[in-house]
Design a protein around this ligand. Structure first.
Ligand code: 4AD
Ligand code: MG
Length: 472
């Protein structure tokens, strides 16, 4: 008896005619007049279910098999055979169907086998992984994460785990969630020498990190090529289809590098991920594509779009030139483009989709709209910042060359009303063997929105955290 996943069974990992055991959940059951039930079983290993053929000669046919409904759990043991039916190569001729858990009230089971709306599925966050769409997204998310680690490993990067609880506002934008000590910890619990947390556990204001960048810069100044990949938090108005309060970010940092090296890395990186997803999860991309407009996918043509991206070469445009392009265009924008203002999503999409028609790296933004750590350019007005804009979404990556000169960093901080004293350890990096360095940040869920053509970023993460979030 070979215990196999649905994927292994469908791929013919074991020989036709051998005995197999598959464990999973019922997607659908259909009974023929001849007294045979066709049960489609899934286990999350791939998009397609395997068909188990259960004859009425099974001992538990009447009182168990005929009660199987969508969502019920079971073990099927039988012979792997070539399928007579359309759409699948193999099926299992069942000798035994062990019913593990029936569905309490099949009529009200939320995940009926039909197309559900995105809103409905979000209210069922604990059950939505059972839907075909979330199965696909979850597998794609995994494939993309693994491709990211693989890409960096192959390029000689070291993964650094930066802290989630921090005292520094890495973006200087004041969007941090405060971490407060549980009341249970104070007053001190043991009278004889137990831990006395005093006023507060950390004895200073602590927050959830908005970015691991500052910490990873420190490791970059020793390990040369590093990256973080972990959760980050922002208390901004995230009541949009593009913002989460909790999201995962990938932040590479490279030493002895400038903005051009950074843009080159971003391009190679995105293409490597898309290639991997196209190779490994084509079935899921094709499935999501087939649901466009019906559920959570709002942009179709997924495979073609990723293939075009992988084939393209990125265009590099100076921010100042981008503003000129926008001004000269005949397009009516809601917000008029103006030098000194940040690009709006409508501007970004126009540049990447209509005007240039491929991924664009916009470089050298006005200093007043960019973070304190970005390197001042010789013009004294712009900083060495870049945003990568992708057709169909707009900004997907934000990065910069970092200010490695202590006097310039201090001046920029003061200009932005940040106290250099609060960034003592970060300033040390400019005092002890400073080198030019650069890096970028990619929001993992923004990437998944793009890959999967999702209409809302809340469907790119298993449990979205957004304003007013209440359960799960
Ligand atoms: O542009 P941001 O704020 O840049 C940084 O945090 C830098 N420290 C990155 C670096 O240079 N190391 O954020 C980076 C990316 C954005 O491009 C976007 O993809 C994503 O993070 N992002 C969000 N994703 C989901 N929800 C939010 N609220 C996000 N805010 C930013
Ligand atoms: Mg940004």
């Amino acid at each position: 008896m070979h215990v196999v996943s649905v994927k292994e069974a469908l791929e013919g990992k074991v020989e036709v005619g051998s005995k197999v055991e598959v464990r999973g959940w019922v997607r659908t059951r259909r009974d023929s007049k001849a007294g045979i039930s066709f049960i489609h079983v899934t286990d999350g290993s791939c998009q397609a279910p395997i068909q188990a053929v259960a004859p009425n000669t099974l001992g538990n046919y009447q009182n168990e098999v005929l009660h199987l409904t969508t969502g019920a759990s079971l073990i099927v043991r039988g012979t792997l055979v070539q399928s007579q039916g359309k759409g699948q190569a193999f099926e299992i001729q069942a000798d035994e169907v062990v019913v593990l858990g029936l569905v309490d009230d099949p009529e009200t089971y939320p995940l009926q086998p039909k197309q559900h709306t995105a809103e409905f599925l979000r209210e069922q966050a604990h059950l939505r992984p059972r839907s075909n769409s979330f199965g696909a997204i979850t597998r794609i998310r995994h494939a993309a994460a693994m491709a990211i680690h693989r890409f960096f490993t192959e390029q000689g990067f070291v993964w650094v785990n930066t802290p989630i609880v921090t005292a520094s506002d890495a973006e200087g934008a004041g969007q941090m969630f405060r971490v407060s000590t549980l009341d249970a910890l104070k007053p001190p619990r043991t009278p004889e020498g137990g831990v006395d947390f005093g006023q507060d556990f950390f004895r200073k204001e602590a927050y959830l990190t908005v970015s691991g960048q500052l910490n990873v810069e420190a490791y970059c100044m020793a390990m040369s090529k590093v990256y973080t990949f972990g959760p980050t938090f922002r208390a901004e108005n995230s009541n949009t289809t593009r913002h989460l309060a909790e999201f995962w970010m990938i932040e590479p940092e490279i030493a002895f590098a400038n903005l051009s090296d950074d843009a080159e890395l971003a391009e190679a990186f995105l293409k490597a991920i898309f290639k991997a997803v196209l190779n490994e999860r084509r079935d899921d991309l094709a499935f999501l594509d087939s649901t466009v407009g019906k559920g959570i996918v709002t942009q179709g043509g997924l495979i073609a779009r990723l293939e075009a991206f992988v084939q393209s070469s990125f265009e590099r445009v100076d921010y100042t030139d981008a503003i000129e392009m926008l001004k000269k265009s005949k397009k009516k924008f809601e917000f008029a483009p103006e030098w000194g203002n940040d690009l709006q999503t409508e501007h970004e999409r126009f540049l990447a989709e209509e005007h240039i028609g491929r991924p664009v790296v916009v470089m050298n933004y006005p200093e007043q709209i960019k973070a304190f750590y970005m390197r001042m350019n010789d013009d004294g007005k712009t900083v060495a910042a870049m945003d990568v804009l992708a057709p169909g979404i707009g900004e997907i990556i934000g990065g910069s060359q970092r200010e490695e000169r202590l006097d310039m960093l201090d001046a920029r901080m003061r200009k932005m009303n940040l106290e250099p004293e609060h960034y003592g350890w970060y300033r040390d990096l400019r005092r002890y063997g400073s080198v030019p360095h650069a890096g970028f940040g990619l929001g993992f869920e923004r990437l998944l929105v793009y890959i999967c053509g999702l209409g809302n970023i809340r469907d790119a993460i298993p449990y979205p955290r957004v304003p007013g979030w209440a359960q799960f």
